[in-house]
Design a protein around this ligand. Structure first.
Ligand code: ZN
Length: 141
């Protein structure tokens, strides 16, 4: 993140509150600093400006890679991935009753969960532990 200006880093901290903009995992739960994701990858012309940057956990950022679209498993449609700066998280995602699995409410939400492997076994195991000690992810009611 050191290549970002101090002002840009501060904007990201305020916007994303040290959480992954995709799966909402908190930095304090991963034990790793958040990475900075180019929402439209640099290789596809994405700029290093606030409107194209968000915090992402290492898992989401790694699986996202250069991806910009994915297939909704319900409709089979190819749709753009969730855009944290242009879309509202709670309109596209919701937690299951347990707070352990993330559900997609829309084509974009479902396709993003698949592409970023947001319910992969490692993170699901970690969420199970957090929930077992009373922690729930943001957006969980
Ligand atoms: Zn994440």
């Amino acid at each position: 993140m050191s290549y970002l200006s101090a002002e840009l880093q501060q904007c990201l901290r305020e916007a994303d509150d040290r959480r992954c903009a995709y799966c909402q995992t908190a930095e304090t739960n991963t034990g790793h600093p958040m990475t900075v994701d180019h929402i439209t990858p640099r290789s596809r012309g994405g700029l290093t400006i606030f409107d194209n940057l968000c915090f992402a956990c290492r898992s989401c950022n790694q699986f996202k890679g250069q991806t910009i679209t994915s297939t909704d498993p319900l409709t089979g449609k190819i749709v753009p991935l969730y855009h944290p700066r242009q879309q509202t998280w709670s309109k596209h995602f919701a937690w299951t009753e347990s707070g352990i699995l993330l559900m997609g409410l829309t084509e974009v939400g479902r396709a993003t969960i698949i592409a970023l492997k947001i319910n992969n076994p490692v993170i699901v195991d970690a969420r199970s532990r957090w929930v077992s000690v009373g922690w729930h992810p943001p957006g969980y009611d």
